[in-house]
Design a protein. Structure first.
Length: 323
């Protein structure tokens, strides 16, 4: 439990800039208005959009809020805060099947542009899965970036898992082929594939992913497939654009948002989920292995508004970390 409590505390700290960006403005609106009218809703809407929650998510949140206010006959703006918080949470529900890959033999493809923390995320996830008793093999199929293989090997050694590949310039699809062979031979539970993500050259990226997918379909049919795109939260709307572009070239099943601790744009987590219908499954708030955790909408929004995370302190968060 202490790890989970610790993560919530780090999340609260990590979201400080985002909180200052969004919550301070919302509190000011609640304090300034004496009645709930269109101007009140418009001001909240503006703060949410400016806080990177995105137009689509914001509209849904405001509609939801209006309905709840009407149903519950609320007249005082200050009484709206709890309703607003629950409306934001509803926008971000991940669902129970989001982590199915942990329960069966699976392949996880990790994609994302350079510099977003993709290789580090693969390493952290390998370590967490291993800690939870899973046998993991890593495929170092990002052969485009010179340091990617070395960096991943360091993580693999730290996590105590096997890594296949890592040679600069090697064919990524052949690395995945070798890794599938190794994963089958070792009877691995999860094959984690680090792949190169070059959005400026979408055609090559599509071709590369297509080749990798063909190999996985042919050689590892029985494995459950998960494709996660890693995004840097500090880039805000740019992260949303990247997610959109990646979803055009791959069947994305989830998002990993890194660097949540250094950004005022944490609201982008809400926007991505709402705009693209792809759930945020993991968030990272720092450098250590415990700073990558499963995304939990209650925990995230509570941390954003600095509301005591009651679930977290009562043990209702048992599955908040990987596994």
């Amino acid at each position: 439990m202490s790890e989970k409590k610790g993560f919530f505390k780090r999340l609260v700290e990590g979201l400080t800039k985002t909180r200052n960006n969004i919550v301070a403005g919302i509190d000011a609106v609640f304090g300034r208005f004496s009645k709930i009218d269109e101007d009140f809703y418009e001001e909240i809407e503006e703060i949410l959009v400016m806080g990177d929650l995105g137009v689509k998510a914001t509209e849904a949140i405001i509609e939801n809020l209006k309905e709840k206010v009407k149903e519950q006959h609320i007249k005082d703006p200050a009484a709206c805060k709890e309703l607003l918080i629950s409306s934001i949470k509803e926008q971000m529900e991940v669902g129970n099947t989001a982590y199915r890959f942990e329960q069966e033999r699976s392949v996880v493809l990790m994609i994302g542009v350079n510099g977003v923390g993709k290789t580090t995320t693969v390493g952290k996830m390998a370590g967490k899965l291993k800690d939870n008793g899973k046998k993991v093999v890593i495929a170092a199929a990002d052969t485009f970036r010179a340091a990617a293989g070395d960096q991943l090997r360091e993580w693999a050694n730290r996590a105590g898992v096997e890594m296949i590949g890592g040679q600069e310039g090697a064919d990524p699809a052949s690395v995945v082929y070798d890794a599938v062979t190794a994963a089958k031979a070792r009877n691995a539970d999860v094959l984690l594939c680090d792949t190169a993500g070059r959005l400026h050259n979408k055609k090559n990226l599509m071709e590369e992913l297509r080749k990798i997918n063909r190999i996985l379909e042919r050689e590892f049919q029985e494995a459950f497939r998960e494709t996660l795109v890693v995004l840097d939260a500090t880039t805000g709307q740019n992260a949303l654009n990247q997610a959109r572009q990646f979803s055009e070239v791959a069947d994305i099943t989830g998002i990993v948002l890194t660097k949540m601790d250094g950004t005022a744009k944490g609201g982008i987590a809400v926007a991505i989920q709402s705009e693209l219908g792809i759930p945020v499954k993991y968030i990272g708030v720092g450098e250590t292995i415990d700073d990558l955790q499963k995304f939990d909408s209650d925990q995230f929004v509570n941390a954003l508004f600095d509301v005591q995370d009651t679930q977290n302190s009562t043990g209702g968060q048992e599955d908040a970390d990987i596994g």
